[in-house]
Write a protein of this length. Structure first.
Ligand code: AP5
Ligand code: MG
Length: 211
């Protein structure tokens, strides 16, 4: 299974990727998580990306394409993978096609902008492993502590309300055209993601079982 997850910021890509990854025993590759980890570790790439990621703008294509090339060459990707947050522009999708990697499906999680803004205000992420929670919809067992690794849960810098609106704008302009791109290839699957996490999971797994 080689899967691309599409959807607005906060649509639930990371949340669903975690479940699909476990069910199909394939790794999730989140460019957002990779860049945030680089930023935290103070690497050269992280420093280059900081201003973009903090303000919700897209990191330049060549940087992200380089990250993906390196990651997909690793052994654990040979039986499949889930791309969460890549591609995000047409040049990124073309770069993926040029790597001779045949994607099985591009699954787009559909959520309205209004619901997105509501969701983002409650998101908390683990500063250690990047796992995502919600103060109302996906509570950790112990408040402020990651179930998976015990790390501290924090608010992502780009989840400030104004930055969320900018990210949505960028999504509609630069990333949403990918739906037509994959539709033309016969690979687009739209899944309604407006309701509860479990409802979306049911739809996602049903759609994947038909590929
Ligand atoms: P990235 O980390 O990819 O962020 P994003 O796409 O903006 O998406 P999010 O991670 O914010 O949302 P999500 O869809 O994963 O939702 P989640 O499951 O957490 O990218 C961040 C930045 O990195 C970019 O702005 C850019 O600067 C850079 N970047 C990354 N990739 C790049 C690329 N390819 N090119 C250029 N730059 C790149 O869910 C959100 C919240 O809602 C959570 O709290 C969750 O618990 C909750 N939730 C989820 N589903 C539901 C539901 N059904 N009902 C209620 N609550 C729900
Ligand atoms: Mg995410």
């Amino acid at each position: 299974m080689k899967l691309v997850l599409l959807g607005a910021p906060g649509a639930g890509k990371g949340t669903q990727a975690e479940i699909i990854s476990e069910k199909y025993s394939i790794p999730t590759i989140s460019t957002g998580n990779i860049i945030r980890a680089a930023l935290k570790n103070g690497t050269e790439m992280g420093l280059k990306a900081k201003a973009y990621i903090d303000s919700g703008r897209l990191v330049p294509d060549d940087v992200v394409i380089g990250i993906i090339k390196e990651r997909l060459a690793q052994d654990d990707c040979q039986n499949g993978f889930i791309l969460d947050g890549f591609p995000r522009t047409i040049p990124q999708a073309e770069a993926l096609d040029n790597m001779n990697i045949a994607i099985d499906a591009a699954l787009s999680i559909e959520v309205s902008d209004r619901e997105i803004v509501k969701r983002m205000s409650g998101r908390r992420v683990c500063e250690k492993c990047g796992a995502s929670y919600h103060t109302e919809f996906k509570k950790p067992k112990s408040t402020g502590v990651c179930d998976a690794c015990g790390g501290t849960l924090v608010i992502r810098k780009d989840d400030e309300p104004d930055t969320v609106l900018d990210r949505l704008d960028i999504y509609h302009k630069q990333t949403e055209p990918l739906k037509s791109y994959y539709k033309e290839q016969g690979k687009l699957i739209n899944v309604e993601g407006q309701n509860k996490v479990e409802d979306t999971t049911t739809r996602v797994l049903a759609a994947l079982s038909e590929i």
